[in-house]
Every structure is written in structure tokens, then in C-alpha cells.
Write a protein of this length. Structure first.
Length: 254
């Protein structure tokens, strides 16, 4: 999770932040509480840290691209050193899967300035060695454009809440610029890659992945990739590299 600064002040249309309706974080520690969110997991990064990730198909996981780089050296971490722990809570996961193939957006550069353009490319697609077939861990439907003022939610792990996911079921989409959503959702280090959901329809729909946090005045904001276009790029790259395309991923175009 990166801290992004003053460029947010240039964001059109979000100078006033109304977050009074934001819900508190709910820790999903019990089996009942986590039901429906088991496809969100903790991503273990080569023993050097963790991010958040989510299943979008039985063998495909979505997260932030910067999670796949060593923070000190800025070198790519080998796919085989990354493990997805689906539904991780209280020291156990519902499924453990190693990563066979890791695809980052071809225009993402870890060393580049972290502006809206780079955040809008901060997306990675992970192909697992073995699919997750547990019916409790249904991959999330993905896609759809959201507008300013929409209510969204986020499920994430983070520093000081790394042993169980937390759900913030209601926060506000404050604006969009160059493929980046700004929201009032509460995130912290470790929340990188966390799925942001829209709640229209029968099931939550994954519309964004958390990339960074920033501030506007005294207000914390969370920045996420609007995933529709960059995910299409990643799917095409996966296919070009010999992987199967969209193995069960369900795109929704409301």
C-alpha cells in the first residue's frame, strides 16, 4: 500500500467529501460472518509481506501489480514464491494455492511516478497451479462502470488486522479520473489488491482493486483501479503467453 499525496487536490469534482454514511469496519472472524466472502484471501508474497486478493475464476486471482515487486530492490517476485490463501482467518485458510503464472499490466512500471496514470495500470492477474473448486468460494462477478456518489464496499486485510478479513459494507465513490476511482473506504498497509464491490444485483460485483491511499486535507481516501479495460489487457496477455482465457470469469455489463 502506497501513500499518495497532493495530486489528489487536482481531482475534479471531489473537493468536498461527504462520508457521513460510511459504515464501520466489521471483522469477519466467525464462519457466519465470513460467509459469501471466502473468495477473498491473503496473498503471501515470498515471505516478505502480504496483500489482499480475490478469485474471479476458479484458477484466476486479481490483485495489485505493485504487490508482485520486492519493495527494497523493486525486482519482480517469482510467481512460484506467491501463495493465495483463500478465506484466511485465525491462522487457517479455506484453500491454499500456489501461483503458476503472474501477469502485470504491460504499461505498469514500479519505478515510475505514482500518479493517476500509473495507478490506473496497477493491476495483476494470477493463474493458480490448481483451481479452487470449493462451492463456498464462488468467484466474484466482475466489471461495470460506477458513478460518483455510488455506495460501494471493500473487503481487505491490513496491518493490525492481518489475521482475518474486514468488511466495510458502505463507503462512497467520490470521483473518477483516468481509470482511477477515489473512495472514502478505509484501507491501510496490506489492503493493496483488495476488491472493491458494487452491491447492485444478487451478488456483490467486483469493480475495482485497491492500489493506494491518500489524503485530501484531513480526509483519508482510497484509490483503486477501475478494472474493466486493464483486465481485458491482462486476459489477452494471459492468452498470448499460453494460458487459457477467462476460465469461468464472469463479466457483467450493467
Amino acid at each position: 500500500m502506497r501513500q499518495i499525496g497532493l495530486f489528489l487536490a487536482l481531482w475534479l469534482g471531489i473537493a468536498q467529501i461527504a462520508a457521513a454514511g460510511d459504515s464501520a469496519l466489521a471483522r469477519l472472524e466467525s464462519g457466519d460472518a465470513v460467509r459469501g466472502w471466502e473468495a477473498v484471501g491473503r496473498l503471501e508474497i515470498g515471505g516478505k509481506g502480504f496483500c489482499t486478493a480475490a478469485l474471479i475464476a476458479p484458477d484466476l486471482v486479481l490483485t495489485a501489480a505493485h504487490c508482485l515487486f520486492d519493495k527494497a530492490s523493486q525486482q519482480r517476485i517469482k510467481a512460484g514464491n506467491i501463495e493465495f490463501r483463500a478465506g484466511w482467518r485465525n491462522g487457517r485458510a479455506a484453500a491454499y494455492r500456489t501461483v503458476r503464472q503472474a501477469i502485470i499490466h504491460p504499461d505498469y512500471r514500479i519505478a515510475d511516478k505514482k500518479d493517476a496514470q500509473q495507478i490506473g495500470r496497477d493491476l495483476a492477474l494470477l493463474k493458480l497451479h490448481h483451481p479452487v473448486r470449493n462451492p463456498k468460494m464462488r468467484p466474484f462477478e466482475i466489471g461495470g462502470v460506477m458513478r460518483r456518489g455510488a455506495r460501494v464496499g471493500v473487503v481487505s486485510y491490513a496491518r493490525d488486522r492481518d489475521n482475518a478479513p474486514t468488511l466495510q459494507e458502505s463507503c462512497e465513490l467520490l470521483g473518477e479520473q483516468r481509470g482511477v476511482y477515489a473512495t472514502s473506504c478505509s484501507v491501510d498497509f496490506g489492503s493493496s489488491g483488495a476488491p472493491v464491490f458494487a452491491f447492485e444485483g444478487e451478488r456483490p460485483r467486483l469493480i475495482s482493486v485497491i492500489s493506494a491511499k491518500g489524503r485530501m486535507g484531513a480526509q483519508d481516501v482510497a484509490l483503486g483501479v477501475a478494472i474493466d479495460q486493464p483486465l481485458e489487457v491482462l486476459m489477452a496477455a494471459l492468452e498470448a503467453q499460453g494460458g487459457r482465457r477467462a476460465t469461468g470469469a464472469k463479466f457483467v455489463k450493467p
